[in-house]
Write a protein of this length. Structure first.
Length: 379
C-alpha cells in the first residue's frame, strides 16, 4: 500500500471515531532494530485501556492550553487569543477550579510546569519590560516571584521537580547561539549547566527528582545542529547525539525518575514533505527508539510518567491538510488514540503516574484545555 493510500485509510478510521490500538512500530536511528522489535512488537499487547475525556474549556478566554499536570490532578497552562500576545498563565485544580496566576507587572504570563506541592514555573513579563519573558516561580504562599531578578535578558523556567529545583534557560532559546541552561534552587541559587564540548548554547527543558536535566544544545562546528543532552551534578553534560537542525524544535522534552527521556527528532531530509519529525523514547540501555504509528506522517513526544507511558501527538493528512491526534503509548499496549472534541486536532503534553493526561483539543473555532483519565477515573 502506498504512503498516500495509508494516510487515506488512517484518516477514514479516525473520522469514524476509532480510539483503539494502532499497531506500534519502532526503530533506532531511523532503522528497525531487534531491540525495538522485541520491545514493541512482542505480541503481548493488552486491549486499549478505558479513557475518560474531560473538557476544561477556556475559562472565559477565547482559548486555553493545558501544559502540565501533577499527581493531584492540578493543571497549569495558559489562556490566549489567537494571533494576539495576551497569554495568561493559569492553575486549575479539581477542588478549586481556575486561578489566574497574574504577571510580574507586565502584560503576559505562561505556565510551563508544576510539582506535587502545586508550585508553578513559567515565564511572565515585568512592568519595566512589558512584553519580554522572564522566569517565574509561583507558590500559594508567596504568589508569583521573579526567579532571576538580577538577570537583564530573556529568561524562562520550563520545569520544577518535587524538591523545588527549577530548570530553565537564560537568553534567546530560538537561536541556540548563546542561551544558557540553568538549574535554580532556593538553597543553592543559580547553577549554569555549561555546554557540550565546542558548543555555544543549551536549553534545559525538564528535571526529575534525582536532579537529572534534559534539553537541547549546540555541539560546535564539527557537530552542526541540535544535540540532546542529559546533565547531572555528578556527571555534567552528556551528549545524547544529533536530533535535528537549528530552529527545528528538535530535542528532549521530558524525563522520568528512571532517567528515561522522550522528545523529538527531525530527519534531514524528510522522506516526504511534512514527514520528517519523529517522537523518540530514549533509555541508557537502548538509545533512541522512534515512535510513529503506521500511516502517520510524523509524531512528537512531550510527556512521560514513571511507568514509561508516553504522550504526544501524531500527524496525518486529511483532505490535503495535516491533522494532529493526541496519543498514549506504552510497550504494553502500543499506540492508543485519545478522544477529542472534534476532528480538527488534539495534542497531549503531560501525564502523571495516575494516568491523568493533559493537553488541548481544537474544535468550533476554539482551543480547549482538556484532561484524559486512563482507566476511566472521574470525568
Amino acid at each position: 500500500m502506498s504512503a498516500r493510500r495509508m494516510l487515506r485509510v488512517l484518516g477514514v478510521a479516525l473520522a469514524a471515531g476509532a480510539c483503539g490500538d494502532i499497531t506500534a512500530v519502532g526503530s533506532q536511528d531511523g532503522m528497525p532494530t531487534e531491540a525495538a522489535a522485541n520491545r514493541i512488537e512482542s505480541g503481548h499487547f493488552r486491549a486499549a485501556p478505558e479513557i475518560a475525556f474531560e473538557d476544561l474549556g477556556t475559562f472565559g478566554a477565547p482559548n486555553a492550553n493545558g501544559r502540565a499536570i501533577n499527581q493531584r490532578g492540578d493543571v497549569v497552562g495558559h489562556t490566549f487569543t489567537t494571533g494576539v500576545p495576551d497569554e495568561r498563565g493559569f492553575l486549575w485544580s479539581p477542588g478549586e477550579g481556575y486561578r489566574d496566576l497574574g504577571t510580574l507587572g507586565g502584560t503576559q504570563s505562561f505556565a510551563n510546569g508544576i510539582n506535587a506541592r502545586g508550585d508553578v514555573v513559567g515565564r511572565a513579563a515585568r512592568a519595566t519590560e512589558p512584553n519580554r519573558a522572564q522566569a517565574f516561580l509561583w507558590t500559594r504562599s508567596a504568589g508569583m516571584i521573579d526567579l532571576l531578578p538580577d538577570v537583564d535578558v530573556r529568561t524562562e523556567a520550563f520545569a520544577i521537580n518535587n524538591r523545588g529545583d527549577v530548570a530553565g534557560t537564560i537568553g534567546n532559546l530560538f537561536l541556540l547561539s548563546g542561551p544558557r541552561a540553568f538549574v535554580w534552587s532556593e538553597r543553592q541559587g543559580l547553577t549554569e549547566l555549561g555546554n557540550l564540548p565546542g558548543g555555544g548554547g543549551a536549553v534545559a527543558r525538564a528535571i526529575n527528582d534525582r536532579g537529572q536535566v534534559v534539553g537541547e544544545a549546540s555541539a560546535g562546528p564539527d557537530a552542526p545542529g541540535i544535540h540532546g543532552f542529559l546533565w547531572s551534578k555528578q556527571s555534567g553534560m552528556t551528549d545524547l547525539g544529533y536530533m535535528g537542525t537549528i530552529n527545528s524544535q528538535a530535542g528532549p522534552r521530558a524525563i522520568n525518575e528512571r532517567g528515561h527521556v522522550v522528545g523529538n527528532r527531525v530527519l534531514d531530509p524528510p522522506s516526504e514533505p511534512g514527514a520528517n519529525r519523529r517522537a523518540v523514547f530514549w533509555t541508557p540501555a537502548e538509545g533512541f527508539l522512534d515512535l510513529l504509528p503506521p500511516g502517520a506522517l510524523s509524531s512528537v513526544a512531550l510527556g512521560i510518567n514513571n511507568r514509561d507511558e508516553v504522550v504526544g501527538a501524531y500527524f496525518y493528512e486529511k483532505d490535503g491538510l495535516p491533522v494532529a491526534r493526541a496519543f498514549l503509548w506504552s510497550a504494553t499496549y502500543g499506540f492508543v488514540t485519545l478522544p477529542e472534541r472534534a476532528e480538527i486536532g488534539t495534542q497531549a503534553q503531560g501525564i502523571n503516574d495516575a494516568g491523568d493526561i493533559v493537553g488541548f483539543s481544537r474544535g468550533g473555532g476554539q482551543v480547549h484545555a482538556v484532561v484524559w483519565h486512563v482507566g476511566g477515573g472521574r470525568p
